[in-house]
Design a protein around this ligand. Structure first.
Ligand code: FAD
Ligand code: SF4
Length: 505
């Protein structure tokens, strides 16, 4: 009996559940590039090149292992352009009795697969995605009957369950969370290791050519191209991080420096999200480095928390709340995304830096996404749909399951506080503390009002005033209203005027 085993573009792991028990003699492994996938939104050119190249390499590796592969290239003249169209074409030319797929990471693909099952009359087995620490079902059970979900509680449970950084029943070092130590300001003497640059082979060149020809109007630079596209290369990037960067990951987790897009971050989200790396191996590699005395606990705990905490938590919320989650707009924000998000052409140096680096690398580290790009969108009331689309397009690690909760939940508070306990709104002073962006900015960080004042300084208060009714009862924000109420009337008027002038401009 022939089984068709579907591998989606973000399921490039040999140990994925859909390949378990595969019969190499009989089964067909189906992998396909579609126009739908590349243009669903107009993804960054580097992102398309990275994913298609990783898919082609993965197919070759499976073929070399003896699997029968049905690989559909984007420019195959018979390519119907959609996943369902291509599955049906494969079914028409083979006698398939059963289809196996690992649970798609995105809601709309799962809906498509279910639709297909109703049409084709062949059973489709949807297997649990074995790469995550918490299954969709387990998360739903955990969340049930909780009035408020909190990352910290979820994170501790995963640590205990998998015995990660544990000393018996106690957390290693006596504390669960070392975040308070992870806020060092960057210094100009900080030496940042160069990132690992993966080599480009002929297969990747072929894909880059394809992207250059077909997606020239998409956002972003194709060159220089330095992403790993095989598991072996991705493992080298992980090793490079553990060896050279992890030691300062904690200290400089929130730090930003001009022309230093990579800082001490790991740059592994691309590989985790498409399956070239497995979360458990990244966690264990960091844990081992700690037990070998190579890296401090604050760095390792901080890194591990991102992977077993935040990454799992946002996925759980995504599946719990979809499809309604994509429609959330708690603040009824309706401003359009400014055009400079596409060009970087703004006098605000922090935004200029982050957007230019995003265009070049299809990457920005977490604090750039959160404190600069996200914070600005929140304070100025940009429509969540437009913000989500931008974040989905521009980052090579963006898949809806992880992008949407981070944008709608973490930065825009569009879910009214389901994911986070308060909106992540900040004025310019924290940006100045954690970066050197303000030194070369047209605006003056020390000025609170007037045409040359840092816009974050007055937009922050304007945001609070505009949304007072919705936020005042929040105990974590409430004291800011007390500060505002103590301001002189003239100062309050200036805030409103400056914000209006800026936003109208
Ligand atoms: P590191 O800082 O080295 O962190 C290690 C790993 O932890 C990351 O590779 C990632 O897998 C995980 N991680 C860290 N923070 C988060 C988080 N908040 N949610 C989920 N995983 C996390 N991450 C994505 O993978 N795809 C996205 O589309 C995405 N969109 C984001 C949008 C916004 C507005 C914000 C604030 C964050 C977003 N993140 C997203 C989370 C985070 O910014 C990226 O995972 C991280 O910057 C990737 O770089 P890194 O691998 O160097 O991460
Ligand atoms: Fe950004 Fe304000 Fe600093 Fe300029 S002064 S870089 S706008 S925070």
């Amino acid at each position: 009996m022939t089984t068709l085993r579907i591998i989606l573009g973000d399921q490039l792991s040999k140990s994925i559940s859909s390949l378990e028990e595969a019969n190499q003699e009989q089964d067909i492994i189906f992998i396909c590039e579609t126009w739908e996938q590349a243009t669903h939104v107009k993804h960054h050119k580097k992102k398309i090149a990275f994913l298609f190249s990783a898919m082609r390499h993965f197919a070759k590796i499976l073929e070399a292992d003896g699997y029968k592969i049905e690989y559909v290239k984007l420019d195959d003249p018979k390519n119907t352009g959609t996943l369902l169209g291509e599955i049906q074409r494969t079914l028409n030319s083979n006698t398939i009795r059963r289809i196996v797929i690992t649970h798609p990471s995105e809601y709309h693909i799962l809906a498509d697969i279910k639709k297909l099952e109703a049409i084709i009359n062949i059973p489709i087995e949807i297997m649990h995605d074995n790469r995550f620490f918490s299954s969709i079902e387990d998360f739903a059970i955990w969340a049930k009957n909780r009035k408020q979900l909190r990352l910290e509680i979820f994170y501790r449970e995963i640590r205990k369950k998998y015995s990660i950084l544990m000393n018996g029943n106690k957390p290693e070092g006596g504390k669960w969370n070392f975040d308070i130590e992870n806020r060092k300001s960057p210094s100009k003497n900080t030496i940042i290791p160069k990132p690992y640059i993966a080599k480009i082979d002929d297969l990747t060149y072929e894909v880059i050519e394809l992207v250059s020809k077909n997606f020239s109007e998409h956002f972003g630079d194709l060159y220089p191209f330095y992403f790993a596209v095989t598991r072996n290369e991705a493992l080298k990037i992980l090793d490079h991080f553990i060896e050279h960067r992890l030691i300062h990951f904690g200290d400089y987790q929130d730090a930003m420096l001009e022309n230093e897009p990579w800082m001490f971050h790991s740059h592994i989200s691309f590989y985790l999200n498409c399956g070239l790396l497995l979360p458990i191996e990244c966690v264990r590699a960091a844990e081992n480095a700690y037990y070998q005395g190579k890296v401090p606990l604050n760095a390792v705990e901080g890194f591990i928390r991102q992977i077993i905490g935040w990454r799992e938590y946002v996925r759980g919320i995504y599946w719990l709340k979809m499809p309604e989650y994509a429609q959330e707009n708690f603040f009824e924000a309706n401003r359009n995304l400014p055009n400079f998000y596409w060009t970087g052409d703004t006098k605000m140096n922090c935004l200029h830096q982050c957007i230019s680096e995003t265009k070049q690398n299809a990457y920005a580290h977490h604090i750039q996404r959160l404190m600069i790009l996200g914070n600005f969108a929140l304070l100025t009331g940009i429509n969540p749909k437009e913000v989500n689309e931008w974040f989905f397009i521009v980052y090579a690690d963006a898949f809806e399951w992880v992008e949407l909760p981070n944008v709608s939940g973490m930065i825009l508070f569009a879910d009214g506080g389901y994911l986070a306990s308060k909106p992540y709104a900040a004025g310019g002073s924290y940006i100045n503390k954690m970066s050197n962006y303000c030194k070369n900015c047209t605006y003056k960080i020390t000025k609170k009002n007037g045409p040359d004042a840092c816009p974050f300084n007055y937009l922050y208060w304007d945001f609070l005033v505009r949304n007072r009714e919705k936020l005042e009862s929040n105990p974590r924000i409430n004291m800011m209203y007390k500060t505002y109420d103590r301001m002189e009337v003239e100062k309050k008027q200036q805030i409103i005027q400056d914000s209006k002038a800026f936003l109208d401009g």
